[in-house]
Design a protein around this ligand. Structure first.
Ligand code: T3D
Length: 272
């Protein structure tokens, strides 16, 4: 294992993981299976998250996919019906793999940005929705594929969907499993921005640079406050804003932001 491997938590076979300018980039990497989740991929994602959580000065995480798909959800080859007709407890994999993955991404104190290069289906769509911000290629599609195989949206899908698009649209998407184009997903409020396919790589580089030069502590506070808001009253949210803004008022980045404003120049944030 070389030094770079060690910082990234070892070597990987079903994802690629790099740390550049203190920004992690995870690329789901089973392109011939549209980057569907396997137990091995989950274990590698967990290892990458260990490395990210341990990385002092982390400034962001980007998740994308290799090839023409982003992630087609659970690898259905791992769910081939047994010859003897025996059935399996699907909650086991949800508990063991999907629950920690989604919760760890939500808890990471930096922006988690999805650069959605292609189709996202099933738990792959839930992964997209668990990210803080989503940039999607114009050709990408969302498919709530679960009902097509007799399941309900999982990996947090039933929590994220109604919060993002409202219950009427969430129900339609979940029941009928029709593909949504990137433009439709943006119009519905599922994602932040659609970018031309041939601009996606440049977008990823731009996001890396933005996160690496961003006010990381303000980003963390913003993420925490927005996540808390759906469970809070206005008064509770106001309390949280006071607490977080008090902390941010003492940061180097706030001082730098004020100086830069007075000096009419761009701020040089350090993330501290
Ligand atoms: O533990 C548990 O099981 C509970 C947790 C469940 C979580 C879930 O995610 S359940 C939902 C699982 N996912 C799906 O049902 C989606 C299945 N895939 C599709 O519906 C379609 O492939 C897509 C809409 C995503 C894309 O369609 P399209 O036409 O662009 O591509 P394709 O031709 O269907 O797929 C390309 C290849 O990828 C193909 O293989 P081939 O024919 O070239 O050898 C296809 O079989 C393979 N593939 C696609 N999705 C999966 C997959 N292989 C394994 N698992 C998949 N999920």
């Amino acid at each position: 294992m070389n030094a770079q491997d060690s910082a990234a938590g070892g070597s990987y076979t079903q994802i690629r993981f790099t740390l550049d300018q203190d920004v992690g980039v995870i690329t789901l990497n089973r392109p011939d299976r549209l980057n569907s989740f396997t137990e091995v991929m989950h274990a590698e994602l967990a290892r990458a998250l260990d490395a990210l959580e341990a990385h002092a000065g982390l400034r962001g995480l980007i998740i994308t996919g290799a090839g023409r798909g982003f992630c087609a959800g659970q690898d259905l080859a791992e769910r081939k019906p047994a010859e003897d007709g025996s059935r399996r407890d699907l909650s086991l994999m949800l508990e063991k793999c999907y629950r920690p993955l989604i919760h760890r991404l939500r808890a990471l104190p930096v922006p988690v940005v999805c650069v959605m290069n292609g189709v996202a289906a099933g738990a792959g769509a839930s992964l997209v929705l668990a990210c803080d911000v989503v940039f999607a290629a114009a050709s990408a599609r969302f498919v709530q594929a679960f009902s097509k195989i007799g399941l309900l949206p999982d990996a947090g899908g039933t929590w994220f969907l109604p919060r993002l698009v409202g219950s009427a649209r969430a129900m339609g998407m979940a029941l009928f499993g029709e593909a949504l184009s990137a433009a439709e997903a943006q119009a519905a409020g599922l994602i932040w921005r659609v970018v031309p396919d041939d601009a996606l790589a440049a977008t990823l580089d731009d996001i890396t640079a933005t996160l690496a030069a961003g006010p990381t502590r303000a980003y963390a506070a913003t993420k925490a406050a927005l996540q808390a808001s759906s469970g809070n009253t206005l008064a509770q949210q106001f309390d949280l804003e006071c607490q977080l803004q008090r902390e941010l008022g003492y940061t180097d980045d706030y001082l730098e932001g004020m100086r830069a404003f007075a000096e009419k120049r761009a701020p040089a944030f350090k993330g501290t």
